[in-house]
Design a protein around this ligand. Structure first.
Ligand SMILES: *Cc1c(COP(=O)(O)O)cnc(C)c1O
Length: 207
């Protein structure tokens, strides 16, 4: 589980980390970079930051501290990550974001392009493709959501092998994480169910 900490102040993040949740997700890269030094100290091995929101190519230079980039949504972005990370002698863990619902406002590769894109990503130094990520459609019913998650898993299975270990499936948020687990998610991204609605910024009990 990745605790999504957008809009959450560092003391509340520290509370959750103190309970053993060391994976935290931010959708804005600079917000995460600002919080990282505030949270470095007391946790053994430190917190692992996950980038879950759209990343502009000119902000790739801020990503070196991230454990996993969930939101790679174009070949050009992957190339920029590759160039920057390999130039720093490091390898970025990344997921391919897939727009399973076809919503025009949502970023991500169309599912039909994922299979042909993966070999091109595999050729890039400085990054390692570890799996796929998607966001369900907000307001969708459980059957639609289940279909979306199932299709992502099938796509992952269809893309695995041939030298690519696509183990990770990042899918499921506060409203749909149970369905995601049933459909094979390996990473859940949970914000409101942990911290409450963003306005209150309180640590709440998980339902
Ligand atoms: C905000 C966000 C989440 C968490 O959503 P909640 O509904 O608060 O659990 C997960 N993934 C992404 C990409 C997000 O932007």
């Amino acid at each position: 589980m990745v605790a999504v900490v957008k809009g959450v102040v560092p003391p509340d993040i520290a509370t959750v980390a103190g309970l053993g949740v060391l994976d935290v997700g931010e959708n804005r890269v600079q917000e995460a970079v600002r919080k990282m030094p505030l949270l470095g100290g007391p946790f053994p091995g430190g917190l692992r930051f996950h980038l879950i929101g759209h990343l502009q190519r000119n902000k790739v230079k801020y990503t070196l501290g991230f454990h996993l980039i969930h939101s790679v949504d174009s070949l050009e972005l992957a190339e920029a990550i590759s160039g920057f990370w390999s130039g720093n002698g490091k390898v970025a863990g990344m997921l391919v974001q897939v727009n399973m619902t076809g919503e025009p406002t949502k970023s991500g590769f169309p599912p039909a392009l994922v299979k042909e894109t993966l070999p091109r990503l595999a050729e890039l130094s400085g990054l390692r493709v570890e799996g796929l990520m998607t966001i369900g459609r907000q307001g969708a019913g459980p059957e639609e959501t289940r279909g979306v998650f199932r299709d992502l898993r099938r796509l992952r299975d269809a893309c695995s092998g041939g030298g690519m270990e696509m183990e990770r499936l990042s899918m499921g948020m506060s409203d749909d994480y149970r369905i995601a687990v049933e459909e094979g998610a390996t990473i859940l991204r949970i914000g409101r169910a942990i911290f409450g609605e963003r306005r209150s910024r309180q640590v709440s009990h998980m339902g």
